[in-house]
Design a protein around this ligand. Structure first.
Ligand SMILES: Cc1cc2nc3c(=O)[nH]c(=O)nc-3n(C[C@H](O)[C@H](O)[C@H](O)COP(=O)(O)OP(=O)(O)OC[C@H]3O[C@@H](n4cnc5c(N)ncnc54)[C@H](O)[C@@H]3O)c2cc1C
Length: 351
């Protein structure tokens, strides 16, 4: 049974979602002296930053050199990072044939976080004033009382909150699928939000873990492009010291462990048939990331729409996931850039 939360004071800011964006906003507005609460539906922070034993990522894996907000956060919290392994040849698979080629499907140097990208979210969460974050608490309804200065009533499955401003730090389409709004949001905003794709929301990520990165001894980078599948693009995600080996790939199809290891064996040799484990994460059925029929949301031009970047209902409602960003929408950078924009707007409005 869940415990009820007492109705508390009126928070300056209420953030829905403890992913990269929501946690960053909470940290910035708290530093500016505002009171803030963050509710997270899952029993963990990070959202699409999800790292599991022995330190592999089932959500985001990389960041890139030019991503200034990501660099700022990892410098601020002293988070360790290392370059994506890319030494050696790649494999290329078409029906009936596998070839070894020069080069790598990654066209620029990517970077990884030691222990996995969820470390970023954990560091952000730990820096918040104690009591700010409530896990396992799902926001179900937002009530905007008539009159612009009346604040917002936030209804969750564990109690009710009051706030002056609310930030939806989750994909807009997911917010509209799971949260009801009273009064209803304007029709044009509803249409944009419900049609905005969820970045990576339709993919299945697969990680095969081995005792060692055995492909490196054969001069292979552990990367591959395949027109056969089930994995279409594959990369080495072994740990920084090479204590374990790991290969990851994306798929959109229903997938079995056997199909994965068969394909990896065709690409990298028979050792690939015997992984320690194969982890499969289908994000399309993850209710707090993806709305139903997420695979049908394909209008990527809606990313960073003006309507998703401005405030609504008299400055009381903001959208702030990576999908709302014009800078690297979809990436962790997009989430942090959206957080910076939203926090600035909130702070300016409060003056
Ligand atoms: C498989 C995969 C691979 C990726 N690879 C990369 C990569 O290599 N590099 C990169 O830069 N990006 C990558 N991304 C994208 C990156 O993970 C996202 O851009 C980023 O994590 C989004 O952060 P966010 O805060 O905007 O949203 P989210 O991480 O989705 O956070 C939203 C949060 O809101 C919570 N929530 C939802 N509904 C409710 C509710 N009703 N009440 C309370 N809480 C709720 C969710 O549980 C979640 O914690 C990848 C994503 C996936 C899925």
């Amino acid at each position: 049974m869940t415990q009820a939360i007492d109705v508390v004071d009126v928070f300056d800011v209420f953030v829905v979602g403890a992913g990269a964006s929501g946690l960053r906003i909470a940290g910035i507005v708290a530093k500016a002296g505002m009171s803030v609460a963050v509710c997270e539906a899952r029993d963990r922070v990070g959202g699409r930053l999800l790292s599991v034993d022995p330190g592999v990522d089932l959500g985001a894996t990389w960041f890139w050199q030019n991503e200034r907000d990501v660099r700022e956060v990892i410098n601020e919290f002293g988070i360790e990072f290392f370059p994506q392994y890319a030494d050696g040849n790649m494999m290329y698979q078409i029906p009936g044939s596998v070839q070894e080629l020069d080069g790598n499907p990654l066209d620029q140097q990517a970077w990884r976080i030691v222990g996995g990208t969820q470390k970023i979210a954990i560091a952000l969460a730990e820096s918040l004033p104690s009591g700010t974050l409530q896990l396992s608490t799902k926001v179900t309804e937002l009530k905007f009382d008539q009159g612009t200065d009346k604040g917002v009533t936030v209804i969750t499955d564990r109690g009710v909150y009051m706030a002056k401003q609310v930030v939806l730090a989750l994909p807009p389409a997911t917010a509209l699928a799971n949260i009801s709004f009273s009064p209803q949001l304007p029709a044009d905003l509803t249409s944009i939000a419900t049609n905005t794709p969820v970045w990576m929301g339709a993919v299945t990520k697969v990680v095969a873990i081995y005792d060692s990165p055995f492909w490196r001894k054969r001069g292979l980078a552990g990367s591959a492009m395949s027109h056969v599948g089930p994995l279409r693009e594959i990369h080495d995600v072994s740990d920084v010291e090479g204590n374990f080996g790991a290969l990851f790939g994306f798929s959109r199809e229903g997938i079995t462990e056997e199909a994965v290891t068969n394909q990896l064996a065709e690409l990298f040799g028979p050792e690939a048939k015997a992984p320690r484990s194969v982890l499969i994460k289908d994000w399309s059925i993850s209710q707090f990331t993806s709305p139903p029929r997420v695979d049908q949301l394909n209008d990527y031009q809606l990313f960073g729409s003006h309507a998703l970047r401005e405030s609504h209902l008299g400055g009381r409602l903001f959208f702030a996931s990576t999908e709302t960003s014009v800078d690297s929408p979809g990436h962790i950078q997009g989430a942090f850039s959206a957080a910076r924009r939203t926090a600035q707007l909130i702070i300016e409005q409060s003056k």
